[in-house]
Ligand binder design. Structure first.
Ligand code: ADP
Ligand code: MG
Length: 296
C-alpha cells in the first residue's frame, strides 16, 4: 500500500467516526487475531442504575438511607460509572451529600474516603481482603447471587467493618451482539477482560457470544493477561472506555478507545471511536485488510 492509500483509508475512517491517532495503527490492525473488550462502559452502556442497598445487621448497623447517603457522598469524588449511579439515586431520593475528605480511587478495585469522621472503603471482595476487612460467607453468597443476576455488586465498609452490600445494573450497549458476530465473521477471536465478578462477566459474555472470559482481573494484571493472549492467540486489539484501562490500551498491539473517553484514554489509544459504535471495530479491521491487501 502507498502512503496515499493509507491516507485515503484513514480519511474515510474519520468520516465514519473512526479516528486513527497513529499512522501505523492501520497496519497493525490488519494482523489482529483477537479483539479483547473491557466490560463496563464498553460492552455495556456504562450508565448503570442502582438496584440494591442492603445494610448489614450488627451493633452499629445503619438504616438504608444513611448507608446510601454516606456511600453516595464518597462516590461524589469518583468518575466511575458506579459512582454516577449512586449520585443519581441519592438525588432521586432527596438525600443530602456530605463533604468527602482524603478521597482515593483504588483503580479497578474501588474507592475510599472520609465522611463525617468515618473512614469508608467501597469496592469488591478482593479489595476488602487486601485491606483486612472481614467478609463472611453469607455476605460473599449475597454478592454471588447479585452477580448471577448480571448486576455489579460492591461492598461498603465503615471504619474497617462491613456495613452493607450495594449493586448496580447496566444495560448492554446497542449493537454489541452484532459487533461481536461481525468480528467472528472476519475470523477473529473475542475476549472479555473485566475487574467485575466472574458471574457478572459470564452473564454478559454468554449474552454476546464472546469466546474467552477473564473476570476479577486487577488493572495491573490486565496488561499481563493481554500479553499472555498475544503469545497464545496472536496480535491483539483492546477496546476500552478508558476508565481504569489506560495500561491495557497501551499494551495491546492496537488500543481502541470508545467515545469521548477520558483524556488519559485518548492519550493511550491508537484509535478512537468517536461514534461510540462497537461495529466500528469490525469496520476498521475490514478497512485495514482492504487497504493493505497488497502487502506481505
Ligand atoms: P470493568 O473492568 O468492568 O470496567 P473496573 O475495573 O472499572 O471494571 O472495576 C472493577 C470492580 O471494582 C467493579 O466491578 C467494582 O466491584 C469495583 N469498583 C471500581 N470502582 C468502584 C467504585 N467507584 N465504587 C465501588 N466499586 C468500585
Ligand atoms: Mg471500564
Amino acid at each position: 500500500a502507498t502512503p496515499i492509500s493509507i491516507m485515503v483509508a484513514t480519511g474515510r475512517a474519520a468520516g465514519l467516526g473512526i479516528v486513527f491517532r497513529q499512522g501505523d495503527a492501520l497496519q497493525r490492525l490488519r494482523s489482529a487475531r483477537v479483539v479483547a473488550f473491557d466490560k463496563t462502559g464498553t460492552l455495556t452502556q456504562g450508565r448503570p442504575a442502582l438496584t440494591d442497598v442492603l445494610p448489614l445487621d450488627g451493633p452499629d448497623s445503619l438504616d438504608r438511607a444513611d448507608l446510601l447517603a454516606a456511600v453516595a457522598s464518597v462516590q461524589s469524588a469518583s468518575e466511575h460509572p458506579i459512582a454516577h449511579a449512586l449520585l443519581e439515586a441519592a438525588q432521586a431520593e432527596g438525600l443530602p451529600l456530605m463533604p468527602v475528605e482524603q478521597f482515593a480511587a483504588l483503580t479497578g478495585a474501588g474507592v475510599q474516603g472520609r465522611v463525617e469522621a468515618h473512614d469508608w472503603l467501597l469496592g469488591n471482595e478482593a479489595l476488602m481482603d487486601e485491606q483486612g476487612v472481614r467478609v463472611d460467607p453469607a455476605v460473599a453468597a449475597q454478592v454471588q447471587t447479585l452477580a448471577a443476576q448480571g448486576k455489579t455488586a460492591f461492598l461498603a465498609a465503615r471504619d474497617g467493618r462491613l456495613a452493607g452490600v450495594l449493586a448496580v445494573a447496566d444495560t448492554l450497549r446497542p449493537g454489541a451482539r452484532e459487533a461481536i458476530a461481525r468480528l467472528h465473521a472476519l475470523g477473529l477471536k473475542t475476549a472479555l477482560i473485566t475487574g467485575d465478578h466472574q458471574a457478572a462477566a459470564q452473564a454478559v459474555a454468554g449474552e454476546l457470544g464472546i469466546d474467552i472470559v477473564h473476570a476479577q482481573t486487577l488493572p495491573e494484571h490486565k496488561a499481563e493477561l493481554l500479553r499472555a493472549l498475544q503469545s497464545s492467540v496472536g496480535a491483539l486489539a483492546f477496546v476500552g472506555d478508558g476508565i481504569n484501562d489506560a495500561p491495557a490500551l497501551a499494551t495491546a498491539d492496537v488500543g481502541i478507545a470508545i467515545g469521548q473517553g477520558t483524556d488519559v484514554a485518548i492519550e493511550s489509544a491508537d484509535v478512537v471511536l468517536m461514534n461510540e459504535d462497537l461495529n466500528s471495530v469490525a469496520r476498521a479491521i475490514a478497512l485495514s485488510r482492504l487497504t493493505l491487501r497488497n502487502i506481505g
